[in-house]
Design a protein around this ligand. Structure first.
Ligand SMILES: [Zn+2]
Ligand SMILES: [Zn+2]
Length: 272
C-alpha cells in the first residue's frame, strides 16, 4: 500500500467534510493546515544519512519550517478562539533559537521537551500538534524517498521504519494476508505492516492484555487498546468497507475516537 499524496489527502478530506457536520470545525482546521503543508516544496532528502530515527540529518529548511509553524499557530488561533489564551505564549516564543531547539528535540525524542515558562499544562500537546504540521513537508519527503529502499516485511517493529515515530492509526487489510495490519506513522505518514496480535506501542502480545472495541456503523472502525502500556490505536477495517479513504484522512475523521479513548483512561504510553 503506497501512502497517498498530500493532494489526494486534501481532496478526500474536502469531499468527506460535509458528511461529518458534528466535527466540521475541526475538519476545516485540518484541511486549512494541510493546504499550508502542500504549499511547501521540500528539498530532496539523503535517505542514507537518515536511518530510522537519526533525524538530526533531516534536510529541513528551518526558515520555511518556522514560517509554517507561525502560519499553523495563526490559522489555529483564528479558527479556535477558545484556544487563543493557550496559544499566545507559543506565538510570543516563536523565535529561531526556541523553534529549532524544540523541533530538533521533538524529532529525536518524539515528544516536546521545551515550552515557554508561562504556558498552561495543555501547552505541550498543542505545541506537538504545531510541530507535527510544521515538519510534515520534510518528514513526508523523507518517507517518499526512503520507503522504496526499505524491506518492510522484514522490519517487524511498532515504530516507523522511516522516522522512528509511533503509529497513530492502523488498517486491517485483506492483502497480502487475511487478518494483516498496516500502521500509519503519526509524523511522516509512512505505512508498514505489523502483526495484529501485538501492541505496536510497547510490543506486548499477551492475548489477555490486547483487545479492541468495535466502533461505528457496520464495524468500520475498531479501537485497539493495550492493558500493558495503556496505549490505543484507532483502526479502520478495510475488509468490510467499500469506500476506502487514505489513512491520513481516516486519522482526522476519527478525532472523536481519540476523545473517547482518552476519556476511558487510555493515552500515549509513558516515556522512558
Ligand atoms: Zn515516520
Ligand atoms: Zn502496549
Amino acid at each position: 500500500m503506497s501512502p497517498a499524496s498530500i493532494e489526494e489527502i486534501i481532496a478526500a478530506l474536502a469531499s468527506e467534510t460535509p458528511h461529518h457536520p458534528e466535527i466540521a470545525a475541526e475538519l476545516e482546521l485540518h484541511l486549512a493546515l494541510l493546504q499550508k503543508v502542500a504549499q511547501v516544496s521540500p528539498a530532496a532528502q539523503k535517505v542514507e544519512a537518515v536511518k530510522a530515527g537519526a533525524l538530526d540529518n533531516l534536510n529541513v529548511d528551518w526558515t520555511a519550517a518556522m514560517e509554517l509553524a507561525r502560519a499553523v499557530l495563526e490559522e489555529t488561533a483564528a479558527r479556535r478562539p477558545d484556544l487563543g489564551e493557550t496559544l499566545a505564549p507559543l506565538q510570543a516564543a516563536l523565535n529561531p533559537q526556541f523553534f529549532i531547539t524544540s523541533a530538533m528535540n521533538y524529532l529525536q525524542w518524539g515528544y516536546v521537551r521545551e515550552l515557554p515558562s508561562d504556558g498552561r499544562e495543555d501547552l505541550g500537546a498543542l505545541w506537538a500538534f504545531v510541530l507535527n504540521y510544521a515538519l510534515r513537508p520534510w518528514l513526508r519527503a523523507l518517507a517518499a524517498a526512503a520507503l522504496p529502499t526499505i524491506e518492510l516485511e522484514k522490519w517487524q517493529q511498532g515504530k516507523c521504519p522511516v522516522c522512528g515515530g509511533n503509529p497513530d492509526f492502523a488498517a486491517l487489510v485483506k492483502e497480502p494476508a487475511e487478518g494483516g495490519r498496516v500502521l500509519l506513522c503519526s509524523r511522516c505518514d509512512a505505512e508498514w505492516p505489523f502483526p495484529r496480535t501485538s501492541c505496536p506501542l510497547c510490543g506486548d502480545s499477551h492475548p489477555q492484555k490486547q483487545g479492541y472495541h468495535p466502533v461505528g456503523e457496520g464495524g468500520r472502525y475498531r479501537l485497539y487498546v493495550c492493558e500493558a502500556c495503556g496505549g490505543y490505536v484507532k483502526t479502520v477495517d478495510l475488509r468490510v468497507v467499500d469506500n476506502s479513504l487514505p489513512l491520513a484522512v481516516e486519522r482526522v475523521l476519527t478525532l472523536g475516537l481519540d476523545v473517547a479513548a482518552i476519556q476511558a483512561g487510555y493515552g500515549a504510553p509513558s516515556r522512558e
